[in-house]
Design a protein around this ligand. Sequence first.
Ligand code: ADP
Ligand code: MG
Length: 304
Amino acid sequence: ATPTALLVGTGRGAQVGILIRGPEVLESTRRVQTVLLDKTGTVTSGRMQVVAVLPAPGEDAAEVLRLAAAVEDASEHPIARAIADAAREHAVAAGAAGEHAVAVGVLPPVADFANTAGLGVRGTVEGHAVLVGRPQVFVELPDALAAELDRERAAGHTAVVVGWDGRPRGLISVADTVKPTAAAAVADLRRLGLHPVLLTGDAEAVARSVAAEVGIADEDVIAEVLPEEKVAAVRRLQAQGRVVAMVGDGVNDAAALAQADLGLAMGGGTDAAIEASDLTLVNADPRLVADAIRLSRATLRTIK
Ligand code: ADP
Ligand code: MG
């Protein structure tokens, strides 16, 4: 189904920016107890900026950025957009102290591009097999890179590793910003008696720093999960008898959105997320999550 094929549940729902797949959805909104919130694009803006390019010893920062950007140019992921844009448009800080700037300009073409949701991308650029992704995809990082990785994560930045021809060559660190209304959105959910939990494929330290900013405690953070582990997290809560809502925007969230008792897709999210969801919010304001649940409950009371 395309987003426009979604049934508009109530006149009021449409007015306030909530599309409901069908009237049967309303019933699930009444029973929801736990609300899993995806981090990137749901709680944060998902408009990431490259903050540093950190080459491994003996590697060149501009080359790390250039080859990574060539592959990421074929991806829609927020990290990919940040890297491709940085390479094309800006000079970005390189080195731990940002001691010099690199700019790349024209990106070389990529062949054999492949994207693995929640892990990263790979492709062949100028004869090199290039990999950009979650640090865990690299078996071993040089000590210097591992130390930089810890530092970037402690600063709340998401760092991805760039490697080619079987060797990690550097890190690219990106920063996201928490949406201005995210803390209020979490407070709204609590006022409805709901239990908000942050769910993300990103590193624990990054997740905790975002959680702290929006009023979610460390014990309510589930981090470093692959897309199928997001589904497992939903199932685990369901097995404990919880009725679970999941809020997300990405391809990596689609399976969890489908598994949840109530799936909510953020406005501006991917088609995959929208198609897997019961409710679609027409804009990216996370306060619409509580609004949607409150409105659906009120609509149900009116019908009954
Ligand atoms: P989230 O759950 O926060 O929305 P994702 O599941 O999309 O995050 O991504 C989890 C992790 O996988 C990212 O933090 C990153 O390390 C890696 N990753 C995913 N896609 C890409 C990409 N296109 N380029 C580099 N790394 C990626
Ligand atoms: Mg996301």
